[in-house]
Structures are given as C-alpha cells and as structure tokens.
Design a protein around this ligand. Structure first.
Ligand code: HSE
Length: 407
C-alpha cells in the first residue's frame, strides 16, 4: 500500500488535531483512498520531548525541505511570519501545501498561488474560511457556473459563541470569551482578531477574492467588531423579534463596486442566520442560477478544522492536475462603491428615565424599558443615520446604530 508522508508546521490546536484525525480515521481513510497518510515530521519551536511522537519533532524547516519523501505539508502556524516564508520554501521544494491560515491567505494568497502554479504543486486552504464549512470548494466547484452577487454570513465562531452566550445564558462578555478560549475557538493568545472583526474580515476578503478573481485587500473591508454590543442591546433586539450577530457581507456584481464589510448587525428572528448559535457558522450565497445556497457547520475547533485540512491533503494526493484557481493582484480603480439606503436598529440608553420618556415621544420607539428604548429607522443613507445619532446624543444619552440585514 502506498504511504503518503506528511509534515505538519505548527503543532498547536489545529496542527495536533491533524495528527489526531489521521490516527482516529486511519482505517476509514485507508478504505477510501487505498493509501496510508503518515506524519513523519513536525515543525514547532516548543519543547515536545515528552510527546509520544517526540522523534518526529524538529525546530529546523530544512529537515522538511530536504526530505524528498515528504509530499504534503500542512501549515497551521498562523500569522504570516514565519508562515509565509516556510510555505513558499515548501512550494519551491516541490511539496503540496494545505493551510488553515486566513491571515496568510488573505494577505499573501496572490503570491502563494502563483508560486504553486509555477512549481506545479497544489495549495489548498479550505479550512481558512469558516472552519469545517465547504465554502471555497463550493464557490470554485459546483457553484462555479453561477454569478454570486451577495454573500451574508457568520464567519467567526468565537464572537458568535460570545453573543449567543450573553443573550441566551446571560453570562458576561469576559466569561463567554474565556469559555471560547478554553474550547480552542479563539485566536490565541490575543483574541482581539476575533473580537474586533479582523478574523471575519480576512475570511470575507478571501471569499471576495475568489468571487471576483482579484485580490481583495483586508483594508477594503469596512470592519467593526463586537466590543460595543451590550447585553442591553441584545435584550432590546430580542424584544423587537430579532437578534444581533457579527455579519460578514460582500455585495456587488464586480470587484470595483463590491461592498465588503464585517459589523454587528440586527437580523430578524426569521432570517436564516438568526438561528445560528454558539461556534457554528453559516454563509448564504445568493447565486443567480442556483438561488440562495446556505452552508452551515462548525466554524472553529480542533477536530472539525483539522478534518477539513486532512480532506485537503487527501484531495491533493488524488489530483493529477494542479493548474489551480488563481486570483490576480489588486485591481487599482477609482472606488465607485455606491452606498445603499438601509434600515437601522437604534438603541438609546440613559439613567435618566424622564429623558427616555421625552425621547420616546419624538421617535416611534418599538421597545422601551425604564432606561432604554429601541426603534427602527426607515431606509436611510448611513450619513443620515449618523446625523440622527448625533442629534439624539445632544440629549446626553448613549446611542448605537445597527444596520438591519435582510434576506
Ligand atoms: N478564531 C476563529 C473563529 C477560528 O473563532 O472563528 C476559526 O477560523
């Protein structure tokens, strides 16, 4: 039986998960592929001298590059330094690479894909967007005959876990974040990439690059995280038949006009994304031929993500053609993105109950408590919504604006 030799770079949550999946699913994989997939080298700078696989660890990338028996390398280091240099070296050494690293793909995808094409090897990164969700393979595979003009999705498991737990289990932001970190969902050790929306921004930028064929820089994604979402906002949203989720969106038929964003937004309970709880992710792809396609599953976590990387490894060893999907360098153009009028969900707070009562008389408030009120605007431009916010703030109240995302 053929043995495929694999190296893992980065033996954290996901890297160790790859070894675990290969071990647990060994017989299933053999029966499906007729091959044994064996981890022969593991690159990690930490000390694993007590690990059962201790003989396979190395701190030197050359040990992988110079081992001709290794045909596939799994990169789960995270970040771009040294991941980019290592991935490029592996590709140049004629090895296929799979990666779960969204920062790497979102910022260096153009160069890596080009290098892989030149070297005649494959570079797959399904696990970089939405954990276990088959998104990239759907967009580049069975949905490729469609034009996709709209994507709305929940693409960050940590923030979705936090929002769900604040809303449903009434636990604090800090407590929910700690749990998400313990469960291995959050970017560690610094979870700000999750909380501030950068992780979801990288993922939607990768999807947008695949849709339009041009590199979508993360800097073009209007990004806002969940730090400003309070349990009161979630309660007011609930009172008005909705909830607040961190939504990543990409709207527009072409690169030039694409509006790409990540922001906490109000969605009605009837919206498909409203029932997506905890670490789960869901992405709705509005396809002009196939209609709305929803892709749902666990967006983070050790084995779900690692299993997708193993899927990519198997895929690469079964392919004979590596002419792969590429996206071009960023298309420089005059930004011609049209702002659209949208509805906003507005929350207002004050310790001064009289003030709230007075304000409620002026706006048609849909939900009112002693010290808070919430209402919807009609469809207005963002600039008008900001003006309304400023006007309300002159009464010395706290005001928050949430875009209403509709199906
Ligand atoms: N921190 C990420 C998340 C991991 O919570 O979704 C998966 O990309």
């Amino acid at each position: 039986m053929e043995t495929v030799k694999i190296a893992i770079m980065g033996f954290g949550t996901i890297g160790s998960g790859i070894a675990e999946v290969l071990e647990k699913q060994r017989n299933v994989i053999i029966s499906r592929t007729g091959r044994v997939y064996e981890v022969t080298k593991i690159l990690d700078i930490r000390d694993f001298s007590l690990h059962p696989m201790k003989d396979r660890f190395t701190k030197n990338i050359e040990d992988i590059l110079n081992d001709d028996s290794i045909s596939v390398v799994a990169e789960s280091i995270g970040g771009t330094k040294p991941a980019f240099e290592f991935v490029m070296s592996c590709i140049k050494a004629g090895k296929h690479v799979v990666s779960s690293n969204k920062e790497l793909v979102a910022t260096k995808g153009v160069e890596i894909l080009k290098a892989a094409q030149e070297a005649g090897v494959g570079f797959l990164f399904e696990a970089s967007v939405g954990g276990t969700l088959p998104l990239i393979s759907s967009i580049t595979g069975i949905l490729q005959a469609n034009s996709i003009s709209k994507i709305d999705g929940i693409l960050n498991g940590t923030t979705n876990y936090i929002l769900t737990n604040i809303e449903k289990k009434k636990i604090s932001f800090e407590h929910a974040l700690e749990r998400a970190q313990d469960l291995g969902y959050a970017e560690t050790p610094d979870p700000s990439a999750d909380i501030d929306g950068h992780d979801a921004a990288r993922k939607i930028a990768i999807l947008a690059s695949l849709l339009y064929g041009y590199h979508m820089p993360v800097s073009r994604v209007a990004t806002e995280g969940i730090r400003g979402v309070s349990s009161f906002d979630l309660e007011l949203a609930q009172n008005l038949n909705g909830t607040i989720k961190l939504i990543a969106s990409c709207y527009g038929d072409n690169y030039g006009q694409a509006r790409v964003s990540v922001r906490p937004a109000y969605i009605f309970k009837t919206h498909r994304l409203a029932s997506v709880d905890d670490v789960n992710n869901m992405v709705l792809l509005d396809c002009n031929m196939s209609g709305i396609v929803s892709v749902y599953g666990r967006g983070a976590g050790k084995l779900p993500t690692a299993a997708v990387m193993v899927g990519d490894i198997i895929e690469l060893t079964q392919r004979s053609d590596f002419s792969q999907l590429l996206w071009d360098s960023e298309l420089v153009l005059d930004a011609d993105r049209q702002e659209q009028p949208l509805r906003y969900f507005v929350t207002v707070y004050s310790d001064n109950k009289k003030l709230i009562t007075k304000l409620v008389e002026q706006v048609d408030a849909g939900s009112i408590t002693d010290n808070s009120a919430a209402f919807f605007t009609s469809r207005i431009m963002r600039s008008e919504a900001e003006k309304l916010k400023k006007k309300l703030e002159t009464y010395n109240v706290t005001v928050k604006l949430y875009e209403v995302v509709e199906e």
